[in-house]
Design a protein around this ligand. Structure first.
Ligand SMILES: [Zn+2]
Length: 251
């Protein structure tokens, strides 16, 4: 048993008893942590508003090594998520980020970069209505951080570098793009295939780069549609199911 302190984001809440909740945090130092928050349902909760979904807070918890739930002892409010007014998708995009943080990461497996970049991405959902850009950047970030990002630079089967243009004729979702030479060798085990244009391939590369170029990259509405269909498939294949929030995020 040890007492730990860390910055955290609230990513899930569930009732535990008449007065307590189980709160799942994405913490900076310890990754995903599920804690019992005793008294969190009382009117005068010891944790105040620090446990609302997507609130950025500082927490202190007792880590139980026995596999039991950790115990939350302190939660101090840093910032409450306030999605861009007038664009409901910014709220849903925030919920989607919480859903992916919860479902794609393992307990007590820290991802510092994932935490450090998730916080400003949530801030962008407060400041601009352009949720699509934030969602795509986040999806590619979490896939990379959890070792599940396909290569967008090289053929997934032969490893040959793909040029931006002409594009690979087809993308195989599980493993990435496939060069035209390898296309006949791909099997059903490589996943669902989907045609992808050169523009979309370029967008995926830029949005998964470790730079800020993605923020200003021009994206047409046709490209945005193609990217979305492809990413929905990729995320669903990675998770083994369709995320709940895919049903809410719509144009
Ligand atoms: Zn190839």
């Amino acid at each position: 048993m040890s007492t730990e302190k860390t910055p955290a984001l609230v990513i899930r809440q569930a009732d535990f008893s008449n007065t307590s909740r189980v709160v799942t945090f994405m913490t900076r130092e310890f990754g995903k942590v599920a804690c019992v928050a005793k008294g969190a349902k009382r009117l005068k909760s010891p944790f105040d508003a620090a446990l609302d979904l997507l609130t950025h807070c500082g927490i202190v918890f007792i880590h139980k090594t026995s596999g039991a739930l950790d115990i939350l002892t302190e939660a101090s409010f840093v910032h409450r998520f306030k999605p861009y007014a007038g664009e409901l998708n910014c709220l849903y995009a925030g919920y989607y980020i919480a859903e992916l943080l919860d479902s794609l990461t393992e307990p007590h497996d820290p991802h510092y970069r994932l935490f450090d970049e998730s916080v400003p991405l949530l801030t962008r959902l407060e400041e601009t209505p352009n949720w699509r850009r934030v969602v795509l950047r986040f999806e590619l970030l979490i896939l990379e951080e959890t070792g599940q990002l396909p290569s967008f630079d090289a053929c997934a089967l032969c490893g040959r570098l793909l040029e931006d243009s002409p594009p690979a004729a087809t993308v195989f979702i599980r493993s990435g793009f496939i060069c035209p030479t390898c296309l006949p060798d791909a099997t059903a085990e490589d996943g669902v295939s989907r045609p992808v244009s050169a523009g979309t391939a370029h967008i995926l590369r830029v949005f998964s780069e470790d730079s800020n170029t993605w923020q200003d990259l021009p994206v047409t509405s046709a490209q945005a549609k193609e990217v979305r269909a492809l990413m929905n498939l990729l995320i669903a294949q990675t998770l083994g199911k369709r995320p709940r929030m895919h049903g809410y995020l719509r144009d």
